[in-house]
Design a protein around this ligand. Structure first.
Ligand SMILES: Cc1cc2nc3c(=O)[nH]c(=O)nc-3n(C[C@H](O)[C@H](O)[C@H](O)COP(=O)(O)OP(=O)(O)OC[C@H]3O[C@@H](n4cnc5c(N)ncnc54)[C@H](O)[C@@H]3O)c2cc1C
Ligand code: SF4
Length: 543
């Protein structure tokens, strides 16, 4: 059996694992860094784009299908029977580079109040650190990922002050953003003004760190053909340039603990030849678990990790989401640029959070988005009897008017929302995860306000034929998989401390959305990146 040795062993080659690997490799050249990644690497970006283009499916997994990867490190969609409880709607990608391959790239910060939900609104739990502590790490994370945004537009929104400019100017507002802004100028809903702001995003508005500016191809989900959108390959490349080693096609199956120390990580390396066991050991006893909120919890459960808080695998959260579509009053010309360039963030905080969830809106720049693709819209028009010249007229008139707005809402931690080990095994013989999940009454309480607010905005902008799901409680997943190994002030309340360091095993750091005690409304990856950079500094201090 092969035994790999290094100074720091990192499990998971996605956003957080890559950031820590690159930071340590760059700043501590004396350290040998080893990254263990379950999925295969994607060596040819354009081949992946080609796979998507020539696939009948235009779904999240279309660029990433790979017969062996799909068996040993499967993309956890419903056909892979991976996620158990179908009420949990979000998935993630098990390929080297992780879920940033197909993420949208929106990178707002959490708000100061998001870190103290219990003391401010009497719900959820407070984080063991504050916005003030994290602010400088947010700035570093924005520089690392390359975030485009406008400081003046965001400085102080809901108290989230900024001490630095964004590294790049904002991505342009789409034509539809500007049309909507004109039409709802001054609109107030329940005494609160609706303001359209350009979304901070990890997408180049100008050449940045050897990557080109966004060319507006609008297929960021599932893949950016030119690397203008940040993905974790940026930091994986930096890590290897500075001497780190990456083992792809290698699933961590168990962390072998010995009292408070870690002896080794047991591995299964897969290839066309079959599956080989191996081990990874850290000479300095330092391990980083960066395998995403579901897999990190799963690995700790498989490893029978000790935990005084009983919180491993609990408090699974997402940002439940939904959308409303309609027809703009005139041609707003979607698909010129990224799928989302602006949003409405005015309901992300307020006294209402004592009893109902905060939420935010994203303005689509992609017709009816996933609600109805352009092809589906044309099919529906044909089924309604349109053909020939009348169909052409409809396409010309209504195609450029398709408009979408989506919402994402907060969810509270609930220990009954769990990741557990299931009874069935995967292809490697490891128990699959079993999920139990409910969005909770706090989130459901916000749904009718969200829906009526969007309809008010549609009416003010003269957007017609609004369509929403007839089920008022229907929601989707944002791909934001959070909770499961939360950080806390004490070992009785959580799994890791404010440096992401395990209370039970001081040599183990758990990073990523798994450690979030509460989730606010910000897309989570910038916060996860800020926490990972902070953890990297703590690790550098140890070694
Ligand atoms: C469609 C979609 C859109 C999104 N849009 C946004 C957005 O706009 N903004 C935002 O902030 N976030 C967004 N997200 C979420 C974002 O992708 C994640 O927050 C982020 O990628 C998490 O980083 P991570 O390093 O924790 O995990 P990942 O990037 O998922 O990486 C984890 C890695 O660990 C590997 N791994 C898992 N188990 C093992 C194991 N046992 N052994 C070895 N390796 C293992 C996986 O293969 C994977 O490569 C989106 C997600 C989706 C699905
Ligand atoms: S719009 Fe196109 S070029 Fe720009 S980030 Fe998205 S996929 Fe890349």
């Amino acid at each position: 059996m092969t035994i790999y040795e290094a100074d720091v062993v990192i499990i998971g080659g996605g956003l957080c694992g890559a950031l820590i690997a690159a930071t340590l490799a760059e700043t501590r050249p004396n350290l040998e860094i080893l990254v263990i990644e379950a999925g295969a690497s994607i060596d040819d970006r354009l081949a992946a784009v080609g796979a998507w283009a020539s696939s009948a499916s235009k779904g999240l997994s279309a660029p990433y299908a790979d017969p062996l990867n799909d068996v040993y490190a499967p993309f956890p969609d419903s056909s892979a029977n991976y996620l158990g409880d179908k009420r949990f709607k979000s998935t993630y990608l098990r390929r080297l580079g992780g879920s940033t391959w197909h993420w949208q790239g929106s990178t707002p910060r959490l708000l100061p109040s998001d870190f103290r939900m219990r003391s401010t609104y009497g719900v959820g739990i407070d984080w063991p650190l504050s916005y003030d502590v994290l602010e400088k790490w947010y700035a570093r994370a924005e520089r690392a990922l390359g975030v485009s945004g406008d400081r003046a537009e965001w400085d102080g929104v809901h108290g989230a002050y900024r001490t630095t400019d964004f590294p790049m100017p904002p991505i342009w507002s789409s034509y539809s953003d500007r049309q909507l802004a004109q039409r709802i100028e001054g609109l107030e809903i329940d005494g609160r003004k609706a303001t359209i702001r350009r979304t901070p995003q990890a997408r180049n508005s100008q050449p940045y760190q050897d990557r080109p500016p966004c060319a507006g191809n609008s297929i960021c989900i599932p893949i950016c053909p030119i690397g203008a959108k940040y993905d974790a390959t940026v930091h994986l490349r930096k890590a290897t340039e500075h001497g780190a080693t990456i083992l792809d096609r290698t699933v961590a199956k168990r962390i072998r603990f010995a009292n408070a120390d870690i002896e080794a990580v047991e591995l299964l390396r897969w290839s066309a030849r079959g599956v080989e066991p191996a081990e990874a050991r850290s000479r300095r006893g330092i391990y980083v678990l960066a395998a995403h909120a579901i897999e990190s919890a799963r690995l700790l459960l498989l490893s029978e990790a000790k935990d005084r808080s009983g919180q491993i695998g609990r408090n699974l959260m997402d940002h439940p989401t939904g959308q409303v579509v309609g027809l703009a009053p005139e041609a707003w010309y979607p698909f010129r640029g990224p799928p989302v360039t602006s949003g409405i963030d005015d309901w992300r905080d307020g006294a209402f959070r004592a009893h109902s969830a905060a939420w935010k809106l994203s303005l689509g720049n992609d017709g009816h988005g996933r609600f109805r693709t352009p092809e589906q819209a044309v099919s529906e028009w044909m089924r309604s009897g349109l053909i020939g010249a009348s169909l052409r007229k409809k396409i010309n008139e209504d195609g450029p008017r398709l408009f979408r707005m989506s919402w994402g809402s907060e969810q509270l931690p609930n220990p009954a929302n769990t990741v557990e080990l299931g009874v069935e095994n995967d292809a490697l013989g490891l128990p699959q995860v079993k999920l139990t999940y409910d969005i909770g009454d706090y989130t459901r309480a916000a749904f009718s306000t969200i829906r009526s607010s969007v309809l008010t905005i549609f009416a003010a902008a003269d957007i017609r034929q609004a369509e929403l799901d007839p089920d008022p409680l229907k929601y989707g997943g944002s791909g934001h998989i959070l909770g499961t190994c939360r950080m806390a002030a004490t070992a009785e309340q959580g799994v890791v401390d404010k440096d992401c360091r395990s209370f039970a095993y001081p040599g183990l750091f758990v990073v990523g959305g798994a450690v979030f005690p509460t989730v606010g409304t910000a897309n989570p990856s910038l916060t996860a990146a800020a926490l990972a950079l902070r953890a990297a500094e703590a690790i550098a201090g140890l070694s």
